[in-house]
Design a protein around this ligand. Structure first.
Ligand code: PRX
Length: 659
């Protein structure tokens, strides 16, 4: 990351909001932003009470706001009741949005399907009635393993309508990862598709579910609902498997939404941590939805005729907060895209913005960087070849955006007219934490600027003390916020030790390094742990290491990230084999075998880019692998650091071949 950080730190340009961006903005001007922050600081509970009453519809009003008595197990609006799906759909049946388009689905092959809020509501109700008819109810867990589709969103909403807790698993994860999540969450229901279509190819999903359920413990699943997407052949278990269309058929278009307590878990989403298996991040209903919809309105400065496109997949938190929940609660018209940015050509995103007159476009730096490269290679895919005049606002999420990519995005996609909101947040935060407001915050390319109103952040040292401006430290959130993670599913100790280490004054530890500049702006400098960010996807180095070590030929493995101009980081695996180190064709073949193995154990997204073989790994005398040295080797640089702590300094010389 050092080259990124260097270029970030020399970036001084500031882009103030235009008069047009300020006019009519939800938060207009820095004074309005500061007034909201001051309101929250002066009367924290009063501020959140006002927000929760103005932005949510309650079945039973709350009297309590933040309860800190069991910290760090905080609760919000604890005695209130509501239903999330009712807040996302039913509200629009009576506020003039009923016949407004809710979702515009563009398939991999370019065909388009649209649903209005009224139609989406009816669809969700039919699916919810179907799920109910199978016997599922509030508190049951369902795994959703679906491609990007209207159905994926409808199934998430249908679960929320019944109080069934969903856990969406990204389609790029393997049967093994799916199995791990099914067992950990104790799912009785799985919702999947026969296959997903991406880049003109059908990739099977149902067969991965079959494989996952055949593994030990998979028999807790009683039903698998299957959406027929690709028309692919599937194996069928008559007592367990149900077609989605048959389940929905004949069900009524209405379904009473189940009122749940504010703290009832809405979903569990697995994410990679610094150690061991993925963590099931548990989110509550009311606080989560409040923040997802409030940040949608503030950060995207929503206007009634906006066409919003978030390119994330519903398998990640971005697809939860800004496709399935916050954006629906805010009544937006959204694009749902099944395919990939480079099929049938790398101008697909720009062509879609032109076709659907997208006004707000929210994507990841990786996508931008790869499309810059594509546009250089083939000018026909350059955004300037398309009519992007409908765009009003751009967004970035998932990883630091380097100033060069920011400027390209600003000039070529936004045509110098559209503010860029660089939003910093995490699966655990539920919604944006650090972000500009387009009608208020002056922008600095590469900085996610300032905390949102009601959010109290800081950069601290190991003892939780604020570090001086310009000095790096741990990014923390000092006060609880409504959309925060409630616990790690089934593992309260892990929740406490991962996010609230004892020396940190009770602050939430994000796991990122950051620093603030003279204006108080935040600059994110990467993770403090061995979590990798590959194409904006969060992957655990240790998870990939355990997968590699499980292979019969591998004795030990260390996985590190190497800076990559397109994907942010590339995975580099250092492998100590049980047998002598191969070279040439044999090494190539073994590297392929190990990549395929990781794809099977974790998922194709976790395949190492580079594999390096050796007879040993660099370790301290106490046996700790020195990953910081491996990072230097991975970058192809010479190790100039002090290696005196190494048991055998010569060990670094062996990793010459890259496979
Ligand atoms: O390191 C930060 C990076 O992504 C991590 C969170 O990953 P995940 O839980 O998968 O959520 C991604 C989508 C919200 C953070 O700890 N990250 C996220 N957004 C940014 C970022 N790094 C820099 N700038 C951002 N805007």
């Amino acid at each position: 990351m050092s080259s990124t950080i260097d270029s970030i730190l020399v970036e001084h340009r500031v882009f103030s909001p235009s008069a047009k961006a300020v006019a009519g903005a939800t938060v207009a001007g820095m004074e309005s932003y500061k007034a909201l922050c001051a309101e929250a600081e002066q009367d924290f509970n009063g501020f959140w009470t006002r927000m929760a009453n103005e932005h949510l519809v309650w079945r039973k009003p709350f009297t309590k706001v933040l309860d800190e008595s069991e910290a760090p197990f905080y609760t919000w609006f604890d005695d209130g009741e509501l239903n999330v799906s009712e807040n996302c759909l039913d509200v629009h049946l009576t506020n003039g949005n009923a016949d407004k388009t809710a979702l515009i689905f563009e398939a991999d092959d370019g065909s388009v399907d649209k649903v209005t809020y009224r139609q989406l509501h009816a669809r969700v109700c039919r699916i919810a009635n179907g799920i109910k008819s199978l016997g599922y109810k509030k508190g049951d867990r369902a795994i959703i393993y679906l491609p990007m589709s209207i159905e994926a969103i409808a199934c998430m909403q249908a679960c929320a309508r019944l109080g069934v807790i969903h856990s969406v698993v990204f389609g790029g994860f393997s049967a093994k990862s799916l199995h791990q999540r099914i067992v950990d969450v104790g799912a009785k229901l799985v919702i999947t598709a026969d296959a997903q279509l991406r880049g003109g190819r059908a990739i099977a999903l149902k067969s991965a579910v079959d494989e996952a359920l055949a593994d030990e413990g998979g028999d807790i699943v009683q039903h698998v609902i299957v959406y027929k997407r690709a028309g692919s052949e599937v194996n069928w278990s008559g007592s367990r498997d149900v077609w989605l269309h048959e389940l929905e058929d004949g069900q009524p278009d209405s379904c009473e939404a189940v009122a749940v307590e504010a703290e009832h878990p809405l979903f569990i989403l697995y994410t990679s941590g610094s150690t061991g298996k993925p963590k099931g991040v548990q989110h509550a209903s009311a606080g989560y939805l409040l923040w997802a919809s409030l940040t949608t309105k503030w950060v995207f400065d929503v206007r009634p005729d906006d066409i919003f496109w978030c390119t994330a997949d519903v398998g990640w938190v971005t697809g939860h907060s800004y496709i399935a929940y916050g954006t629906l609660a805010a009544g937006l018209t959204q694009i749902i895209f099944e395919g990939i940015p480079t099929y049938p050509h790398a101008g697909r995103f720009w062509e879609m913005i032109q076709r659907h007159k997208v006004s707000i476009f929210y994507t990841a730096p990786t996508a931008i960087r790869s499309l810059i490269k594509a546009a250089q290679a083939d000018p026909d895919t350059h955004p300037q070849r398309y009519d992007l005049s409908s765009l009003r606002l751009l967004g970035s999420v998932g990883e630091p955006i380097n100033p060069e990519a920011w400027i390209w995005y600003y000039q070529n996609v936004g045509q110098g007219r559209c503010p860029i909101v660089d939003t910093w947040w995490q699966t655990e935060t539920g919604g944006h934490i650090l972000s500009p407001l387009p009608g208020a915050t002056p922008l600095k390319p590469g900085s996610c600027t300032l905390p949102l109103p009601g959010i109290i952040t800081g950069v601290v040292d190991e003892a939780g003390n604020d570090v001086p401006q310009g000095r790096g430290g741990f990014l923390v959130i000092k006060r609880p916020w409504p959309a925060m993670i409630r616990t790690v599913w089934g593992d309260e100790e892990r929740y406490k030790s991962s996010y609230f280490p004892t020396d940190l004054k009770g602050y939430y530890l994000a796991g990122d390094n950051a620093q603030r500049d003279a204006d108080g702006y935040y600059w994110i400098m990467g993770r403090t742990d061995d979590v990798l960010s590959v194409s904006g996807h969060r992957l655990g180095g240790t998870e990939i290491e355990s997968a590699l070590v499980a292979h019969e030929k591998v004795a030990e493995a260390a996985v590190v990230g190497r800076p990559d101009a397109t994907t942010g980081e590339a995975i580099v695996a250092f492998i100590m084999l049980k047998d002598p180190v191969p070279d040439g064709v044999q090494a190539d073949a073994l590297a392929k075998e190990l990549r395929d193995w990781v794809a099977k154990e974790v998922g194709a997204i976790a395949k190492p880019r580079d594999i390096r073989f050796g007879n040993n790994l660099p370790k301290t005398r106490s046996g700790k692998i020195l990953r910081r040295l491996l990072r230097v080797v991975a970058e192809g640089k010479e190790v100039t650091q002090d290696v005196s702590t190494l048991e055998n300094p010569d060990v670094l010389k062996q990793f010459t071949g890259v496979y």
